[in-house]
Design a protein around this ligand. Structure first.
Ligand code: ADP
Length: 271
């Protein structure tokens, strides 16, 4: 069981003057219980890739497969994929629309035909996973704090029990405390077996939490590997638009004055 992306090419508005090749042969893999970050500058293709993972976009060329189900022309298969892969857009709280937190979180499972008896079980489980107890059930989502709204929005996806969660810049607009809280919540989900696919321009965050990182540049995969390998590569070269963490700056300076920076040291510094 895994998400496999193999040599994915995606062209917007093919055959028109607006034709844009957003992905130019990208490969990656994500497994349940693993945190994969997709990192890159604005316009590098992160969102385009994310949308393939739950079949909102279909490859122009190459392959995207979720637990053996192909993202292709058969839309009946796409329904199965969307049950497995929850996609959380940037500022998900803007998509809240129900009058109570309960109804908001119940919406997904109801839509997927989960029985009414089972609904409260799903709602409790999903809200607990984001650290919100039963006292929130009857509250109006619009009257919650920014961080709470975002948690409710994430719970409304978790209630369909996806095996993978794709999050597009989930920490956008949060302060550093909110960011840390959200990331440790995602880490807990990962530990309990959910695959996290985290789209971000924040390399430092990716280095801290990920098992694997894909770095995109202009629709191409520049790196794919563990944080340690990425750091090693970054010491050697710059990537346009990516702000490197202080540890990389330090290692670059050490290298420039003739030191050989051991990989183990870098890994420890990151931990
Ligand atoms: P990122 O998420 O890294 O900012 P995107 O996947 O949004 O990158 O965009 C990749 C490329 O595809 C960019 O050149 C962008 O302008 C183009 N693009 C994205 N969405 C569309 C669209 N709906 N129509 C045409 N071009 C698009």
């Amino acid at each position: 069981m895994s998400i496999i992306v193999d040599d994915l090419v995606y062209v917007y508005h093919q055959g028109t003057p607006l034709e844009t090749e957003a992905l130019k042969g990208v490969s990656m893999e994500a497994n349940p219980g693993e945190w994969v970050s997709v990192v890159g500058h604005t316009g590098s293709g992160k969102s385009t890739l994310a949308q393939h993972l739950n079949a909102l976009l279909v490859p122009t060329k190459g392959k995207v497969e979720v637990d053996g189900i192909l993202v292709g022309d058969d839309t009946r298969e796409h329904r199965k994929i969307r049950q497995r892969v929850g996609l959380i857009f940037q500022y998900p709280e803007q998509q809240l629309f129900e009058e109570t937190v309960f109804a908001e979180v119940a919406f997904g499972p109801r839509n997927w035909g989960v029985s009414e008896e089972e609904i409260p079980v799903r709602v409790r489980e999903a809200l607990q996973a984001v650290g919100l107890d039963e006292s929130f059930w009857e509250r109006n989502p619009f009257q919650l704090s920014g961080g709470e709204k975002r948690r409710v929005a994430i719970a409304s996806i978790l209630s369909i029990r996806p095996r993978y969660l794709v999050l597009d810049e989930p920490t956008a607009g949060l302060d550093s405390k909110g960011r840390d809280e959200l990331c440790s919540l995602l880490r807990q989900l990962k530990v309990s077996g959910t695959g996290i696919i985290h789209v971000t321009h924040d390399l430092e965050l990716a280095l801290e939490y990920s098992d694997k990182i894909l770095v995109l540049e202009s629709g191409k995969a520049l790196f794919w590997g563990s944080p340690e390998v990425i750091v090693e590569e970054l010491i050697e070269r710059e990537i346009e638009g990516l702000v490197v963490p202080p540890v990389v700056e330090l290692a670059r300076r050490l290298r420039d004055v003739g030191f050989d920076v051991p990989v183990t040291w870098k890994a420890q510094t990151l931990a």
